[in-house]
Design a protein. Sequence first.
Length: 117
Amino acid sequence: MKIERNVGIPAAAYAGAPDLDIELAWLQESTRTPGFELSRKFWLRRAAFLDRLALREAGSYGLEATVPLIRTAEMAGSGLVVYDIAHSGLSPKGSDLVVGEDHRAYVREEYRASSLG
């Protein structure tokens, strides 16, 4: 699988996505629910939330000021990649998912392909 670069465009990926405060509430509520388990839906929504937050903050404050948040979004994307490797046979080497921005592009592609947005 090769990431389609046009799909990784944030505006296309997150069109129709809930507001960030709604996503944050969902993430917080999910982790407080008895019997909560880390599902793919959770990993995807968490990674998309952090990616969207990083995009918003970088747009407001610039890239240099938001590097820690961007790194957090990349790590969250990596978490989704690791989940997909374990559960769906995704190969990061074959998919060229080797750097943080690739992970964020993967999150965008997967979010757009899901029924979440």
